[in-house]
Write a protein that binds this ligand. Structure first.
Ligand code: PAF
Length: 290
């Protein structure tokens, strides 16, 4: 695996990987890799001739009171995992390579997906999606991948990136990959590492609330308000977990829906202790055969 820490090295390695019309896939990550990330790498390997992974803990997507400083950075372990998966290129730049200085104070050009960036996680984390779309644009310009792979767990991020690619005509296919869960159902996340034993078991409330909504839906309920009310019951039984949002929305516009009549995103975010976790499920009413 070629490890690139500068933009020039990454450009050269990616250019060589694309030689002769090879399809290059990019898996952008912030490291602290888990099975969720590795599933993206495997999808990229299956659909592309060559795979580049980026590891960059992007300062501009963290709020001033968020966990930038303590975000886990197990770089050597991440490298071993990627080597094992047969990844060809790893781009792991220091902050000053991407932003001219490590505080990103020099960045005055931003990519903003207006409106969409203020919904769901964007409402709770002002500026977060502006940071995400800016760094993802930079990565797309450097790597020039044919396809880029993102987890469905970050459903709002996926919607924002898809819209950015559409509006700015990036020549990259965005591939959303299914959520990978622990055996007990907790969605895999690098932030799960922050949870102590008690918090780890409380965190299951996110998954339980989604299951509750799904069960009601399968039993025929289509009113979003009623599904939300049933799902929130799970949080009433786990008062130590602070619900941030539980919303039923259109997966592209992220606007709330009143009735689940087509493919719909049910998304939840909650604070388990100091750790903010997210999860979601997609409901798809079966189209009646005529
Ligand atoms: O999903 C993530 O890990 C990050 O938001 C991303 C897409 C790598 C941008 O920093």
């Amino acid at each position: 695996m070629k490890i690139c820490s500068t933009i020039a090295e990454a450009r050269a390695a990616c250019h060589a990987a694309r030689a002769g019309g090879q399809r290059l896939g990019l898996v952008p990550t912030m490291g602290a890799l888990h099975e969720g990330h590795l599933s993206l790498v495997r999808a990229a390997k299956a659909q592309c001739d060559a795979v580049a992974v980026s590891i960059f803990v992007n300062p501009t997507q963290f709020g001033p009171k968020e966990d930038l400083a303590k975000y886990p950075r197990p770089f050597d372990r991440d490298c071993q995992l990627l080597e094992k998966e047969g990844v060809g290129i790893l781009f792991a730049p220091p902050a000053e390579e991407m932003y001219s200085n490590s505080n990103s104070n020099n960045q005055i050009t931003w990519v903003l997906v207006e409106g969409l960036s203020e919904k769901l996680d964007g409402r709770s984390r002002p500026g977060h999606f502006r940071g995400v779309t800016t760094i993802v644009s930079k990565l797309f310009h450097i790597v020039e991948p044919e396809a880029a792979f993102f987890g469905q767990k970050d459903a709002a991020q996926l919607a924002v990136i898809r819209r950015m690619v559409r509006d700015l005509n990036f020549a990259v296919e965005i591939v959303g990959c299914p959520i990978v869960r622990e055996p007990d159902g907790l969605a895999m996340s690098s932030r799960n590492a922050y949870l102590d034993q008690e918090e780890r078991s409380r965190a299951l409330v996110l998954q339980h609330s989604l299951q509750r909504a799904q069960q009601e839906f399968q039993a025929g309920e289509r009113s979003a308000a009623k599904l939300i009310s049933a799902a929130k019951e799970a949080f009433r039984r786990e008062p130590q977990v602070k619900l941030d949002y539980f919303e039923i929305v259109d997966p592209e516009t992220l606007d709330p829906v009143e009735q689940v009549s087509q493919k719909t995103l049910v998304a939840v975010a909650a604070y388990v202790g100091a750790t903010r976790l997210i999860d979601n499920v997609v409901l798809e009413p079966r189209t009646e055969a005529c």
